[in-house]
Design a protein around this ligand. Structure first.
Ligand SMILES: Cc1ncc(COP(=O)(O)O)c(C=O)c1O
Length: 375
């Protein structure tokens, strides 16, 4: 029996989006980014879908995510890019996972693991070109590439990639973009000078792969756009379609008089006698509490707004005199081309002053994913 709420994930949409992104990137090989449970869509189904759509690499944040891909029998190249101390580096080396090296200490740890295993570890050196998050900045970069070249000569590592990440690619024309590209070219030259020959040089995320041909290099990393969401407000890409639809249903509908305070804190008060519909989905399922009196919902065929405070397990919608009944569909976000009038995750992001990544990624474990397509 279907759960009261579910997130429907269209795997054909993910595969088609991946295909489209490759085309948009002029055929540059695509890494499908499947970290954080495939941005909430389910990591393994999402990984299989992007690969079916032509991605040849997968990207995860953590080693345990990459190992789960291997355990599921996925043999495509995988890069795991956040390697804090104590991570299962040896297991990653044993599973042929490329490791992001953001720091000299990580390189040393990987070399040590490779030495113990008698294997050559695959590493991708990360240059910090201006995001000032992970990666090695220009002052330390020459030392890192020299150390990596020595480890490669000794057979402990293969430097399979050099890469970086943009700070403001979702703001086309931002002055930091050109600066980061120049810094990336300098980092690549320094790697070249010490004899490194990476197979893949990459810096583009979804926004950059869509808008910056000069950022494509050998590989583009497509995350959010593979799931059908565009990270640049107001920018449209024809053919890209959202893969996730968040469904629930009305649990009960009841008439209340005018001047009734609704939900915790009575932050919504009815202006006349009306029908309130209760939707059993709340912040425990990932509906942001900030959607109180703001979140859009398609209910009874019309787009409406959440009335009052979003609770842990439920929220209320004022449907006026419309004939809404228990069991009617309530769709929070999805694809307007399949469900006309439905809000998108981008609409939710705009209303809540956040990004669509957060809207889909936070859909909670209590909400079952139902997969369609992907045959
Ligand atoms: C290092 C790195 N590369 C690529 C991506 C994918 O970015 P997007 O989802 O914007 O395509 C992310 C996502 O946050 C990331 O952290």
């Amino acid at each position: 029996m279907a759960h009261f709420a579910h997130a429907r994930v269209d795997l054909d949409a993910i595969a088609d989006n991946a295909r489209l992104l490759r085309e948009r990137a002029g055929g540059t090989p695509l890494m499908g980014v499947v970290k954080a449970d495939g941005y909430g869509h389910g990591m393994l189904p999402a990984a299989r879908a992007v690969l079916a759509g032509g991605a040849t690499w997968l990207g995860t944040a953590f080693i345990h995510e990459a190992l789960a891909l291997r355990e599921a029998g996925i043999t495509a190249p995988v890069l795991a890019w956040i390697v804090p101390p104590g991570e299962p580096v040896a297991a990653a080396v044993g599973a042929d996972i490329d490791l992001g090296v953001s720091d000299r200490a990580i390189l040393d740890e990987v070399v040590e693991a490779a030495r113990r295993l008698g294997r050559t570890a695959r590493v991708q050196l990360k240059a910090d070109t201006g995001l000032n998050r992970g990666g090695v900045g220009p002052a330390d970069w020459p030392h890192l590439v020299e150390a990596a070249a020595r480890a490669e000569d000794a057979g402990h590592v293969r430097v399979s990639g050099v890469w970086s990440h943009f700070a403001c690619a979702d703001e086309p024309g931002h002055p930091s973009i050109g600066r980061q590209l120049s810094a990336f070219h300098e980092a690549l030259e320094a790697a070249d000078k010490v004899g490194l020959t990476p197979d893949v040089r990459h810096i583009a995320n979804s926004a950059a792969l869509l808008t910056l041909p000069e950022a494509r290099f050998d590989l583009v990393r497509g995350g959010i756009a593979s799931y059908g969401l565009i990270p640049i407000p107001g920018y449209t890409v024809s053919g890209i379609r959202p893969a996730m639809t968040l469904h629930s249903r009305v649990a009960l509908a009841k008439r209340v008089p005018s001047d009734s305070g609704v939900s915790y804190g009575h932050r919504y008060v009815t202006e006349r006698e009306t029908t309130l519909a209760l939707v059993p989905l709340g912040y425990g399922d990932g509906v942001p509490r900030a959607a109180t009196n703001k979140g859009p919902v398609l209910l009874g065929g019309r787009r409406r707004t959440i009335a009052g405070t979003v609770c842990m397990d439920q929220f209320v919608v004022d449907v006026g005199d419309d004939p809404v009944r228990a069991g009617d569909d309530a769709i929070l976000f999805g694809d307007p081309s399949t469900d006309p009038g439905v809000p998108t995750a981008e609409d939710w992001a705009e209303i809540l002053d956040t990004i669509p990544y957060e809207i889909v990624t936070r859909v909670g474990a209590r909400v079952p994913r139902e997969y369609v397509g992907g045959a």
